[in-house]
Write a protein that binds this ligand. Structure first.
Ligand code: KG4
Ligand code: ZN
Length: 335
């Protein structure tokens, strides 16, 4: 069965073709980084307009890469939410029209379930149940995943998502957009112990996250440097900030696995492509006798392969969508 997956929730227009839930025949991503970079963040109106311009060529390119035509496609999968409403609507409307004209079944996919599924696009795959950390620009969440469609939220961010914190700190320091890779790059030249930024552990047993206090600490630190006319140690700030985010993400994920008595862990979402996070999580899992299955970095950031795979699971379960399907800005997996 050939599934065409489409993703347009934020600033990437992506299409992928997946065969039988296993063989990735095409994976095309058109990033709008250049469009939004001068504004230091995603401008929703511009994002929708560029999705409209890009979606048809991106799908055509995916068909070309997979050496198939629309006649060979058996079903469609599309991100339904969460994300920017205008951006999501472009992908969903496109897929609905295609489904209607071609008489194909389609299914709406939750973006977070896509991120969680992405680990199965790699060579090493966890057993169910596993604990999944999803750290992206919109979410920092820990799930217990007991089956392809069986998620239980164990903890989530009460304010900024981890990726959002990276993006805001980058903007404050005048680094390029998107902030995560830029901060990580500068962090490589800095000392992670140079500045003691706070770790928000919250209540002793909480698996929730909070990154807004950390962001404020970075703002205060930079302001103090300016007031004292001292140079701003950008590399040390980046390294110390990264260390603070990574420590909390890692310790809470390990705590969740311990509490649930689960030995298999996964990490996904854009922030999970961070090298330091991958190193520390690997070390802590080894120390705790747990097995870590890192989502390949190329499938951590937004892509349509993960949407096609999550769609495959839904279709296998008979979960197709109707023409009345609507987008949503917040995840149903949150509750
Ligand atoms: O999953 P994703 O592509 O989109 C969302 O669903 O939000 O994640 C994007 C986020 C951005 O905030 C970006 O700055 C962050 O992931 N990110 C990183 C790295 N690469 C991307 N954060 C830290 N380190 C990285 N290497
Ligand atoms: Zn994402």
């Amino acid at each position: 069965m050939l599934i065409l997956g489409v993703e347009s929730s934020c600033d990437e227009t992506a299409a992928a073709i997946l065969e039988d839930g296993r063989l990735l025949r095409a994976n095309v991503i058109n990033s709008q980084i250049a469009v939004h970079a001068e504004y230091g963040g995603v401008v929703p109106e511009l994002a929708s307009r560029h999705h409209l311009l890009n979606i048809y060529p991106v799908v055509q390119e995916a068909l070309h890469q997979a050496e198939v035509s629309l006649d060979d496609i058996d079903a469609l999968a599309v991100t339904q939410g969460p994300g920017l409403i205008g951006s999501l609507l472009v992908g969903l409307s496109f897929v609905k029209a295609l489904a209607l004209v071609r008489g194909l079944p389609f299914t709406g996919v939750d973006h977070l379930s896509g991120h969680i599924s992405a680990v199965f696009l790699g060579d090493r795959q966890p057993d169910y149940p596993f604990v999944a950390l999803v750290a992206s620009g919109g979410h920092s969440s820990i799930f217990q995943v007991s089956g392809p469609l069986d998620y239980r939220l164990l903890g989530c961010s009460r304010d900024d998502a981890a990726g959002e914190a990276f993006d805001k700190v980058a903007k404050l320091l005048g680094l390029s957009y998107p902030g995560g890779p830029a901060v990580a790059e500068r962090a490589a030249e800095g000392d992670g112990r140079a500045i003691k930024f706070p770790r928000a552990w919250l209540e002793a047993d909480s698996l929730d996250f909070s990154f807004s206090g950390l962001k404020t600490s970075v703002v205060n630190f930079v302001n103090q440097c300016r007031m004292k006319n001292k140079p701003i140690p950008i590399a040390d700030i980046c390294a110390s900030f990264q260390e603070a985010v990574v420590e909390v993400l890692v310790e809470k994920t390990v705590m969740a696995a311990k509490r649930q008595g689960i030995k298999h862990l996964t990490a996904a979402g854009g922030v999970a492509s961070n090298q330091r996070l991958r190193e520390v999580l690997s070390r802590r899992c080894r120390e705790e006798g747990m097995e870590l299955f890192l989502t390949p970095a190329e499938f951590c950031t937004d892509n349509a392969a993960m949407i096609a795979l999550a769609g495959w699971y839904r279709l296998q379960n008979g979960e197709t969508s109707g023409n009345d399907l609507d987008v949503y800005s917040r995840s149903s997996l949150w509750t």
